[in-house]
Design a protein. Structure first.
Length: 316
């Protein structure tokens, strides 16, 4: 698609090199030549082995597990690009680590999502691309342009291809209603909402179901599946309310232990996720389907590089 000799270059750290390679292949270019490793004392070593002077650099580096190592790789790579006179440095974070620490909920707490934004800007990042932020207001933490891409169109296209009848799209909590409505509109399906409370951190208790799921195939939708406690509890509640089948879809598959065991033991027929976070071999199971975000991110990069509208990628 793009001449390899043009200004656009794609680089990657160690967070998700397979996704970076997919994006580069979509663009028809090779990955940038760089080494990202460790010194003997554990410090991160970055060597950029090609000229980036005057070029538009895109660093693909979701800040997933190991979060802090991946963040430091991104920051040091950006600093290296800045000092090598890159024209623009865009950080492509399909998954934005620390996004759930977006506000103070008690005294003497940090706002780590804001600190992340400050660190990237100071390191030399001039633009940030991400997907399905846990809290959309994080875009306002940046003093540089932010392109916030939705995962819903990718999930919707897959669900449409399955030709499931009598669908109802379900939000696992009140905060996810907007995302649920976006998916429901694409599937031309009604919505339902689970009202829940958290008696303790990481513990969800279903309180009430708003809407009807009886005799229908329910599709739970969320941005992140972490320990899968809320998701599997919601699936049980939907079955108890008469849903004939339960599917679930999430953009970011964090899948901290014991998430995979919970999903395997649950009544969820299929969990649909994307590859914003690489799925480790030990977490792969027939119940989990992984969709690629590489074409979406590739098209966004083309538009950013060509100074075109990114929002035109979606029906807005």
């Amino acid at each position: 698609m793009l001449d390899d000799n043009k200004r656009l270059r794609i680089f990657t750290g160690n967070a998700n090199p397979a996704l970076a390679k997919e994006i580069a292949d979509h663009l028809g270019i090779g990955l940038g030549d760089a080494f990202v490793g460790r010194f003997n004392n554990g410090e991160i070593q970055v060597m950029i082995d090609e000229s980036v002077r005057g070029k538009d650099i895109f660093i693909v580096q979701p800040t997933c597990q190991p979060v802090n190592d991946n963040i430091m790789e991104l920051l040091i790579m950006a600093d290296a690009m800045k000092r090598a006179s890159a024209r623009h440095i865009t950080a492509v974070l399909p998954y934005y680590g620390y996004a759930r620490q977006d506000r103070k909920t008690r005294g003497r707490e940090p706002i780590s999502a804001k600190l992340m934004a400050d660190l990237m800007t100071i390191a030399g990042v001039t633009r940030m691309v991400t997907m399905d932020l846990h809290a959309g207001q994080i875009q306002g933490f940046f003093d540089i342009p932010v392109d916030h891409l939705p995962g819903v169109p990718i999930l919707a296209d897959y669900l449409v291809s399955k030709k499931i009848e009598d669908l109802v799209v379900v939000s696992p909590d009140l905060g996810g209603v907007t995302r649920t409505r976006q998916l429901a509109d694409r599937l031309q399906a009604p919505i339902a909402i689970i009202e829940k409370r958290r008696p303790a951190p990481g513990v969800a208790e279903v309180m009430n179901l708003i809407g009807s799921v009886a005799g229908k195939t329910a599709v739970l939708v969320d941005d992140i599946v972490d320990t899968a406690g809320s998701l599997t509890e919601a699936a049980r509640a939907l079955e108890a309310a008469g849903a004939k089948e339960v599917y679930a879809c999430c953009t970011h598959a964090v899948l901290s232990d014991p998430a995979v065991q919970r999903i395997e033991a649950s009544n969820i027929r299929e969990l649909i996720v994307t590859n914003t976070i690489p799925l480790a071999p030990e977490k792969r199971t027939p119940k989990i389907t992984v969709l690629s975000v590489a074409p979406l991110l590739g098209e966004a990069i083309i538009r950013i590089f060509g100074e075109l509208s990114v929002s035109k990628l979606f029906d807005v």
